[in-house]
Design a protein around this ligand. Sequence first.
Ligand code: IPM
Ligand code: MG
Length: 369
Amino acid sequence: MANPSLLILPGDGIGPEVMAEVRKIIDWFGNRRGLAFDVSEDLVGGAAYDAHGTPLSDATMARAQEVDAVLLGAVGGPKYDSLDFSVKPERGLLRLRKEMDLYANLRPAQCFDALADFSSLKREVVAGLDIMIVRELTSGIYFGEPRGIHTEGNERVGINTQRYTESEIARVARSAFELARKRSNKVCSMEKANVMESGILWREVVQEVHDREYPDVELSHMYADAGAMQLTRWPRQFDVIVTDNLFGDLLSDLAAMLTGSLGMLPSASLGAPMANGRPKALYEPVHGSAPDIAGKALANPIACILSFAMALRYSFDLGDEADRLEAAVQTVLAQGLRTADLMGPEGGSPVSTTAMGDAIVAALDASAA
Ligand code: IPM
Ligand code: MG
């Protein structure tokens, strides 16, 4: 059988630097665990714009549809701020999500014990935190029509539309319930049913899917604003949170910050199963392109490395190998290794991006010895 295929899209800013470390990890699994991947690499975001005048070429899009999983670094940067909206780096990422129909975005927010003191919240509030935000990713106000800016009378009007169909809500709800069954069996759904019709429908459909297919899972509903408050007040009350595209964008940034380690958080964006049974999938770190530190060997490669761990788990059914990689990350943190983003106020000497990658490879070596 052919090796599983991976398309790597390093993108912009720190994307290429962190991806170089992921490639060491991929090579390690090939050499040491006999898990060879067919890896190809291509451009996305500003890098693709510079080369082709588009943030995602049709050829790259087609390749993304063919492979078993896509691994993306980050897109965007100040250099591209003045570009027309239609060719901004972010449009490349949004096109991938939409055309691959990656409707379920899994964003774990996990507080690593070694880093609990970095949270802006007290240690006792965040220690042991392990929640999973499931964000709807291909619909809602990000993609709804009508949209645009037009002129009415003597002023301009900006329009976006929040739109959800029942089936769009139901499928992401199923993803959340399935995940909950493998975790603490608890889902909290967040919307604004008090002010938005799409929120009323969201709440009804999530409840229906629950009652019909997942009555064993504990389900609660919360308005998204109250959800933001509860996430900051007492985040450990949550296990899986399911929410729409825009609320999920906000709440996942909030949740990421609780952990004190934005540079550590991975994500998976999953769609329907392909012919080979694997879900359409794209994996990317939650952090962005961080142009301010790009090229300085300061970036933390852990979020991107843990995104590859998610690929092992969700695309390739290699949960044990994902556990092995996650344990190697825990090992280097326990050893006290820190990239610059993980330096507390008391300071210390940070390790470079490549040194962190090398240390994780060494920890993997030790685990396989
Ligand atoms: C994210 C980002 C993206 C989004 C941007 C880069 C388009 O903020 O993945 O959360 O808004 O979805
Ligand atoms: Mg975001």
